[in-house]
Design a protein around this ligand. Structure first.
Ligand SMILES: [Ca+2]
Length: 457
């Protein structure tokens, strides 16, 4: 079996109809086709709601609360909490097992694993249009509008071309091929064709609750960008629909590139012996809870897409509503290909759900986050069929009854009606005395500097 590993950056779960989160239209025919050709996991969650730690977790299989890697400044190679000799990237596992390994675009972020790939070309951002900022609200990354490049000139198109070239080659050994799009990460600079698919007067905005932050404990409030932040500026400027339009247009551009790679597989001789997995690294806020982008432990920040197609294992039309983690991908691919994952891997193989998506499953997905300045305790979210429980540091908490409140608008932490459920979820939080605290970012920086010094010497 070969593996085609596809990942999108900052793509939220709006396209999942059964998630009850977004009522508008998302044009993604290629991803929908992939989802319906195998098993669509509609309750999949990231281990960390930000690029680098999420990718480190799903590509190492090791949980943030074991490595101490919770933000983009922390790198697994520098974690003393894990046995560095035992950490093996997913690509490394396949390479060690005799596979050819190829990676194009954004797969991991900051984690050096050169020896694990036969060929790897990282992602590059497209240059900003000469007249940027286009949206005129803040500039820099928080911008959107018409791109000055043709679709063929865009970097995610180039990454897809490289992946397609691997699928068009004849291989004398099995391959692990990864393609990761940078989009729909901000800024959203996109060809007109995609903007035209979403007429402004038909854009549906996400549902917002103005006073949503009022029932939050202080640390939770600090996780949100907050009242008056960029999210509020977008809304107050009357450009919310334009922003949503640009996000959706960029999403459809990504769907198109993923579709080109999937079509190349379909037209190749590897069609019937290649496992396909598609995922997004975490979710994305577009104004909900006065927040823009990611780095939160609510549904917007943690919910992801996850789709598997495994010839001979999955059947078309499978939908699994079991709560699963992106860390489960590592042991799942290992089992499907008959490989033994390292003992450090925390995820759990989803093969039983790939065979029978409605199989009873102990349904819990855990996500970890730390504040940029936090060096003692991480924030942990537990997503369970009973609801969402979050613990910030030692004693601030939230609980949402997601069965009745899919937007997580009403914090029920003090509601005695839920006391027993909350107690049950508290017991699932990785015990703080066992959990590894966030690796201090400043220490990371210092180490990097001393390494540079050493190299110079
Ligand atoms: Ca609220």
């Amino acid at each position: 079996m070969n593996v085609l590993f596809l990942v999108a950056d900052d793509l939220n779960s709006w396209m999942l109809e059964d998630a009850d989160r977004y009522a508008g239209k998302v044009v993604a025919p290629n991803l929908r086709k992939l989802a319906s050709s195998g098993v669509n996991f509609t309750r999949a969650y990231t281990a960390a709601p930000v690029c680098s730690p999420s990718r480190t977790a799903f590509f190492s299989g090791v949980a943030p609360w074991k490595t101490g890697i919770y933000n983009n400044a922390q790198i697994i190679n520098e974690s003393e909490a894990v046995n560095q000799d035992a950490v093996l990237s997913l690509a490394g596992l396949f390479k060690k097992s005799g596979y050819g390994t190829y990676g194009y675009g954004k797969i991991t972020h900051g984690w050096d694993q050169k020896e694990h790939w036969d060929d790897k070309v990282g992602h590059k951002r497209d240059p900003a249009p000469p007249d940027a900022p286009l949206a005129g609200l803040s500039g820099g990354e928080q911008d959107w509008g018409l791109i000055h490049l043709t679709e063929e000139q865009m970097n995610d198109t180039g990454g897809a071309n490289k992946a397609i070239a691997v699928l068009e080659k004849k291989h004398d050994k099995p391959f692990f091929l990864a393609y990761g799009s940078f989009n729909p990460h901000m800024p959203w600079y996109v060809p007109q064709k995609y903007l035209d698919m979403y007429p402004l007067d038909q854009i549906v905005l996400p549902e917002l609750k103005e006073d949503d932050l009022e029932d939050l404990p202080p640390l939770a409030k600090a996780v949100s960008d907050g009242i008056g932040s960029f999210a509020d500026k977008v809304i107050q400027s009357g450009r919310h629909k334009e922003a949503v339009q640009a996000y959706l247009a960029t999403t459809t551009y990504v769907d198109t590139q993923m579709g080109r790679v999937l079509d190349a597989l379909e037209n190749s001789s590897y069609k019937d012996n290649t496992i396909v997995v598609f995922l997004t690294d975490h979710g994305f806020h577009l104004g909900e809870k006065h927040h823009w982008q990611k780095t939160t432990l609510w549904e917007e920040g943690t919910h992801t897409l996850l789709m598997f197609r495994a010839p001979g294992v999955t059947q078309a039309g499978g939908v699994s509503r079991r709560f699963v983690s992106l860390m489960d991908i590592y042991p799942t691919l290992a089992e499907l290909c008959g490989l033994t994952p390292p003992a450090t891997v925390d995820g759990r193989s989803l093969v039983p759900l790939l065979k029978a998506p409605k199989t009873p499953w102990e349904s819990t997905a855990i996500t970890g986050l730390c504040d940029k300045t936090t060096t003692d305790l991480a924030y942990i979210s537990i997503r369970h069929e009973l609801g969402r429980y979050i613990r910030y540091g030692a004693d601030e908490e939230e609980f949402y009854d997601t069965t009745k409140d899919p937007h997580e608008w009403t914090n029920q932490i003090d509601n005695p009606e839920y006391a027993a459920t909350i107690e049950q979820l508290r017991a699932i939080v990785p015990r703080f005395k066992d959990a590894v605290p966030p690796l201090p970012s400043s220490l990371t920086k210092k180490r990097r500097e001393s390494r540079k010094e050493k190299k110079k010497r």
